[in-house]
Design a protein around this ligand. Sequence first.
Ligand SMILES: C[S@@+](CC[C@H](N)C(=O)[O-])C[C@H]1O[C@@H](n2cnc3c(N)ncnc32)[C@H](O)[C@@H]1O
Length: 267
Amino acid sequence: MANRRLPDENGGPSMKHNELRIRLPDDPERIDQDSEYCLVQLDGSWQKIRFHDYHRIFAIPGLYEQLFHDILDCRSPDVVGKLLKEQIQRDNVVASSLRVLDLGAGNGLVGEQLRTVGAGTLVGVDIIPEARDAALRDRPEVYDAYHVADLTALSEQDSRTLAGYGFNTLSCVAALGYGDIPPAAFRAAYNLVSDGGWIAFTIKDRFLGDEDTSGFARLIKRCQEAGVLEVRSSERYRHRLNICGEPLYYVALVGVKHADIPAELVR
Ligand SMILES: C[S@@+](CC[C@H](N)C(=O)[O-])C[C@H]1O[C@@H](n2cnc3c(N)ncnc32)[C@H](O)[C@@H]1O
């Protein structure tokens, strides 16, 4: 436990929700990122909640922020907001012209950051209704619209509705790989953005490396080689701490879309 410097219980700053009592596992060294969990005191008893059980996490007001941001010091929304802002300023793009599809929007922390950047239109998409409910509960002013949808199996109505927004920016933060958003869903969202639009996303560094099994390393490389995506800036950064208090590194990328991703690139 050499690197451990996490509180056993939540000692983070005050939230607008009531402070929750949160404990991390006693044996964190034996748990990998995909299996991480915490214990939360609810109605007098401690309940085990896996970090990837987003439907449970979002159903408890304040848990996502207290766990990932206060205790585990997540920085991803800030980092991607900063990189996108730098790139649009470099190109003299007015932030209010951004029409953003925020994929895997969760309870709206990325949307909140993009509002700070000045984005004009923001539409959230997530696969679980609990994320939408939490975003409307916690940040009702952030999104212009929020759709619960699986982008790999869109209804005709949802396809028309999403196409109708005329997106020129895609954001996707801390939601690729790990059984979350697969390459096919990323492709569907990417292809909803107009050519010349901005693509801003974060992904675990390992998913861009030679040993990647998520499919994203190959997809991003092939998109660049095919001239579909021009990466303008990328930054390896500390996404958050794991439950041992060790850093988890992600890469944030901001680029310009030049063409749709053809189906064969995700096969
Ligand atoms: C770690 S959370 C990130 C939320 C938000 N982007 C943030 O940074 O705070 C991952 C989100 O991706 C969503 N997600 C997982 N698989 C998805 C899919 N196939 N399509 C859309 N959203 C998905 C989850 O429901 C969850 O809200």
